[in-house]
Design a protein around this ligand. Structure first.
Ligand code: M6R
Length: 565
């Protein structure tokens, strides 16, 4: 994911932007760049590779500026290279842009500009965007701000942009549609970023720019307008994020830190909501909608990736406890078909960031069709909670690691609380069971702590399998989505191909893959399906010899490894 950092104020912009870009490194990127308005005019510096590579290449440059924009790029249009990195100059060199998102109709705009004599130095849609702005400015004799507003009416796609200009050296203009953009409000200074992590070191006061809004900082003043050119009064939110929450705190990786934070993050997710002694469960953000959910004929959950897996876990729990049918959909599929939403349907979006475009679009679609929409989100003030009728925050704290860990357990925790609250309201849960669930929920953090004490053992086991090329994860019931999540984590982090299946599905094909070279991970908790999963383990163990010839290599057999019943 690309990252944006920009600054205008009284500080030295370059070191601040570099530090901010480093804070965004967790998002992944392939190149980095900055633009500064130094005594030498508008200067763009960019490089394929790490932010530190960019830094190292600039040691001899004059980088003094109180205004600047910086970007980390994850290639979409055009390979990772110096020339495709951001910022991009406009044709005249008067403007420089950084852009997150994708301009879908850039091809047609580019052709039109090429016919007018514009030449392009990169393969990116972002360079097309900045030239489009410049062209509008020339054609309409308008200000940059007005040209951006007019361009926004023509471009199709998603974007968060920040533009600076040679002619107005102390000015920054930002705009968004579909990609997040946060403005940090300091004393006579403003920060722009794709999320709050590069900002909180300087100020906790932020504005989340809305879609189709344009923010201009000129002469030290911030003005926000909508696409109709009407001045807006943006809400300045005070975010509670602490600096230490976004630093590694002695851990080698953010992911490891976040795995070990789970006892605390689950506790934070329960805090103020669950009190077993008093038989108390309150999700404040859902209070007004609890009756509607309890009466609903159907719940649809939309999410992507790990959050989708949390949704699958919730499906089991909601159906079991609240007896309401649940459908779990990939947001990316839901948004592009014509889903049937009926009156009274409840659509729940699950998202750590609250900014995932597919999930946001799915939620907007459901809202337009009259559904009650609820957001389960980690980032306070993000787009999903802002467009939802109601919802609950997961309170897991910032998740910097790209691979979701503590966000998943917090999502499952909040969804479980929600299912219990709805079931109780519906009357489908006996009071004793309700109390027992609350008691068990409160025990979860200490149970996670116990599991984490096995870290060394886990490390030893993982060393044995570090050369494996494939993995299978198996589980039953709500451990099936946990198996999917395990497989996703392994793929994402180890680049080892992994698949998750319901354990009983093995015999319908995938068992053909199992031999002594295939590690199989079972999620085998002591629940009602424990005996069954143990027999699945036996089945897999039996494949050790069954599928191998005397030379130890797999034999092709006519039934593709399927057991003959
Ligand atoms: O922020 P979201 O939860 O909406 O993100 C959705 C997915 O991109 C995300 O869960 C992704 O699958 C995980 N980070 C993978 O570990």
């Amino acid at each position: 994911m690309c990252g944006i950092v920009a600054y205008v104020g009284h500080r030295d912009a370059y070191p601040l932007i570099i530090k901010g870009l480093k804070r965004l490194e967790y998002r992944g990127y392939d190149s980095a760049g900055v633009a500064l308005n130094t005594g030498d005019g508008l200067q763009v510096y960019k490089k394929k590779g790490k932010v530190s590579d960019l830094e190292a290449s600039l040691t001899d440059e004059n980088l003094k500026s109180n205004v600047g924009i910086g970007h980390t790029r994850w290639a979409t249009h055009g390979e990772p290279s110096d020339r495709n990195s951001h910022p991009h100059y406009s044709h005249s060199g008067n403007l420089a842009i950084i852009h997150n998102g994708i301009i879908e109709n850039y091809g047609a705009i580019k052709l039109n500009l090429q016919n007018k004599g514009y030449e392009f130095r990169s393969d990116t849609d972002s360079e097309v965007f900045v030239n489009f702005i410049e062209d509008i400015q020339k054609e309409t004799y308008s200000s940059i701000e007005e040209a951006i507003r007019l361009a926004m009416q023509e471009v199709v796609g998603a974007y968060a942009i920040v533009v600076m200009s040679k002619e107005h050296p102390d000015q920054l203009i930002a705009a968004r549609k579909g990609s997040p953009l946060v403005i940090g409000v300091g004393e006579q200074e403003y920060f722009f970023a794709s999320d709050a992590t590069p900002i909180i070191e300087y100020t906790n006061n932020v504005i989340y720019l809305d879609d189709f809004q344009i923010a201009v900082v000129r002469n030290g003043e911030l003005t926000v307008k909508n696409i109709e050119n009407i001045i807006q009064s943006p809400y300045i939110q005070h975010i509670e994020m602490e600096l230490e929450a976004i630093e590694k705190g002695g851990y080698e990786h953010f992911m490891l830190k976040e795995i070990f934070e789970q006892p605390r993050s689950v506790k934070d997710c329960l805090r103020g909501r669950v009190n077993a002694d008093e038989g108390h469960l309150v999700l404040g953000g859902l209070r007004e909608y609890l009756d509607d959910i309890a009466k609903s004929q159907r719940i649809v959950i939309v999410a992507c990736g790990t959050s989708w897996h949390a949704g699958l876990v919730a499906e089991y729990i909601f159906e079991e406890l609240a007896r309401i049918p649940v459908e779990v959909e990939y947001a990316s599929e839901f948004r592009y078909r014509n889903p049937i939403i009926q009156e009274g349907d409840v659509v729940i979006a699950i998202s750590q960031s609250g900014e995932t475009m597919d999930t946001l679009a799915a939620l907007e679609l459901a809202k337009s069709k009259g559904a009650i929409i609820l957001g389960i989100c980690n980032v306070v003030g993000a787009s999903i909670p802002r467009i939802s009728h109601a919802g609950a925050y997961t309170h897991a704290g910032p998740e910097i690691g790209v691979a979701s860990t503590k966000a998943f357990t917090a999502q499952v925790s909040v969804l479980t609380q929600m299912a219990i609250a709805v079931a109780r309201r519906k009357g489908s849960l006996h009071e004793d069971t309700f109390r027992r669930f609350l008691f068990e929920l409160e025990r979860i953090p200490e149970k996670i702590e116990k599991v984490l004490k096995n870290a060394e053992k886990v490390e030893q086991i993982s060393a044995l399998f570090s050369n494996a090329r494939n993995f299978i994860y198996l589980g039953r019931g709500l451990n099936f989505p946990v198996a999917l999540e395990g497989a996703l984590k392994l793929k994402e982090i180890s680049y080892i191909h992994a698949e998750g299946y319901p354990a009983a599905e093995m015999k319908h094909g995938p068992i053909a893959l199992i031999d002594e070279d295939m590690p199989v991970v079972f999620i085998a908790t002591k629940d009602q399906s424990y005996e069954k999963i143990v027999s699945n383990i036996q089945e897999v163990k039996a494949r050790k010899e069954g599928n191998c010839g005397s030379n130890g290599r797999r034999q092709a057999n006519s039934n593709h490894g399927r057991p003959r019943h």
